[in-house]
Design a protein around this ligand. Structure first.
Ligand code: NAP
Length: 264
């Protein structure tokens, strides 16, 4: 199959692209450095020419609802329209479990962006060819947060009740989904696959475990951002479709040598 991975240099996208290539697919690795800008639309039509599947693994680094909504809505419209014009058979949008729930995203701008992304895909892509793959938070998110919000020896991580998964495991589910024909949906229905990790915990606990293993950063502070639903379990799926195998302990053991703050 010819599969376009948009955001192929990212934490998830790089793993998805590698897996799909290992499985013998023709993979187009799309990101700005490769000449594809999903926000302006530059390079999308060429990347999608003759493609069977498009996987959206894009992200933007912002907490601003305005910026997140603008980025995810615009890129989803551009990708969805280009995929439709190129008669791509399956569009897989990677999203976040419950990010489209107003109780969860009310005070979390990035999640409002993800809700706008899902809605934008539903607007422009035939539901028969669209799958939203909603993942829980990844262990790597704690690393990303510690890398982004650090001052000297102190890092700040949001308090989030979650059921985290290893990005590597989620990438496998994304690759499986991309290479499986989409199951039929009812009229106007939405195909959504929810992916969760093996156990519920707080992202702050993940960050502390990573920092303790690596000896850096020295102090981790929990921030009460994003509203009570984020801290109180609103991000935890009730009945996930897929439960990934890697536990925090196994993931830590596998990533023992990674530098602090590096999720790749
Ligand atoms: N982190 C988590 O715990 C988590 C959990 C569930 C779901 N997700 C979702 O998983 C997805 C991937 O997240 P991630 O952390 O892997 O992202 P990431 O590491 O930040 O990578 C983002 C990717 O998007 C590309 N990109 C950004 N702007 C672009 C543009 N205008 N045109 C083309 N490419 C562009 C980047 O490449 P260039 O900068 O080179 O263009 C990069 O390849 C996101 O949708 C996120 O919401 C994340």
């Amino acid at each position: 199959m010819k599969i376009v991975v948009i955001g192929a240099s990212g934490v998830l996208g790089s793993r998805v692209a590698d897996l799909l290539a290992e499985r013998g697919n023709e993979v187009v690795r799309a990101n700005r450095a490769a000449g594809v800008d999903a926000y302006t639309g530059e390079g999308l039509a060429q990347a999608m020419s003759g493609a069977d599947v498009v996987v959206d693994c894009l992200s933007v680094e912002t907490l601003s609802a305005k910026k997140a909504v603008d980025f995810f809505r615009t890129t989803a419209h551009n990708i969805g329209r280009a995929a439709t014009a190129a008669a791509v058979g399956h569009v897989v949008c990677v999203s976040i479990v419950n990010a489209d729930d107003p109780a969860v995203n009310a005070k979390f701008g990035y999640y409002q962006g993800k809700a706008a992304q899902e809605a934008a895909y539903r607007d422009v892509v035939d539901p028969a060819t669209l799958t939203v793959l909603a993942s829980v938070q990844w262990f790597e998110l704690a690393e990303q947060m510690m890398g982004r919000m650090a001052v000297g020896p102190v890092a700040i991580v949001p308090k989030m009740r979650c059921r985290p998964a290893a990005a590597e495991d989620v990438a496998k589910v994304v690759a499986d989904t991309a290479t499986t024909a989409p199951a039929p949906v009812g009229a106007g229905g939405l195909r959504k696959i929810e992916v969760a990790g093996p156990a519920e915990m707080d992202l702050l606990g993940v960050a502390k475990a990573v920092a303790a293993q690596r000896g850096s950063p020295r102090w981790i502070l929990g921030a009460s951002v994003g509203g009570p639903a984020i801290r109180g379990g609103g991000l935890v799926p009730a009945y996930p479709d897929v439960v990934t195998p890697t536990t925090l302990e196994q993931w830590l053991a596998r990533h023992a040598d990674a530098p602090a703050g590096s999720a790749r």
